[in-house]
Design a protein around this ligand. Structure first.
Ligand SMILES: Nc1ncnc2c1ncn2[C@@H]1O[C@H](COP(=O)(O)OP(=O)(O)OP(=O)(O)O)[C@@H](O)[C@H]1O
Ligand SMILES: [Mg+2]
Length: 229
């Protein structure tokens, strides 16, 4: 089975070498837990392998993400030269759509041609939490997320769907994704620590433990040797 290197130090050891191809992966965590950074490193890891990435931002402007990229000492150039893409989805919506909520169907329509035409290998959606507001019941949300996930699996991409873990509306999403990666940002006796734990990963064995990580120059660095309770 083909695997895609995660681009995150320590992560590939946790997932037996990398993300299985064609999978939809869910990345959950509270604010400040480094979800966006994880997504950026995932794209960057692809660039090193000659793969094209797309980071679709639903919340942050391109300018703010550029600032983040530079603050983590990641490479911004690939996003300027077309080796990868960083799209502020709010910017490309026009007219009265501008203030309305985004649905999975709308996103699918946009991605359908883009992923194929640009031969995208890796997709990050940051985040899907805002989309959940479009749906009035958990059933509708689940049905549409399921369809969206099916669509992504049919495309030849590995996707990373980012979700705010404090958002209880989205507790349905684990069902439709092939994997669930949890990021934590918690108080340990007065000191805030970040950590990561995988609770599900189809088609591969994975490390079940919770490991701390630091944000270093260049990004997330997971201490796979160290385990938290
Ligand atoms: N150069 C740096 N070195 C170390 N830490 C940094 C650096 N730049 C930013 N940070 C920290 O990295 C954290 C992770 O940010 P990130 O934006 O990835 O979190 P997030 O989970 O996406 O948050 P949100 O839910 O608000 O979008 C920031 O909260 C900030 O404290
Ligand atoms: Mg973020």
């Amino acid at each position: 089975m083909k695997r895609l290197k995660s681009g995150i130090k320590g992560m590939d050891r946790m997932i037996d070498g990398g993300f299985p191809e064609g999978t939809v992966n869910l990345l959950k965590g509270p604010t400040g837990s480094a979800k966006t950074l994880f997504g950026l490193q995932f794209i960057q890891g692809g660039i090193r392998e000659g793969e094209k990435g797309l980071l679709l931002s639903l919340e942050e402007s391109r300018k703010n993400i550029q600032r983040a990229v530079e603050s983590f000492s990641l490479d911004w150039k690939p996003y300027e030269t077309g080796r990868s893409y960083l799209i502020d989805y709010g910017e490309i919506r026009r007219g009265d759509l501008e203030n309305s909520l985004i649905s999975f169907r709308e996103l699918q329509e946009f991605l359908n041609n883009f992923l194929t035409d640009e031969k995208i290998h890796r997709l990050v959606i940051d985040s899907i939490s805002a989309i959940s507001l479009y749906y009035t019941t958990p059933e509708k949300l689940r049905k549409n997320l399921f369809e969206f996930s099916r669509f992504l699996k049919e495309k030849d991409v590995v996707s990373l769907l980012i979700s705010e873990s404090d958002n209880s509306r989205l507790n349905v999403e684990g069902f439709v994704s092939d994997s669930v990666i949890n990021l934590y940002y918690e108080d340990f006796e007065g000191e805030f620590r970040r950590s990561v734990k995988i609770t599900k990963m189809r088609f591969t064995k994975h490390d079940p433990y919770k490991h701390p990580f630091l944000i270093m120059d260049g990004g997330i660095d997971i201490s796979v040797e160290e385990t938290l309770r």
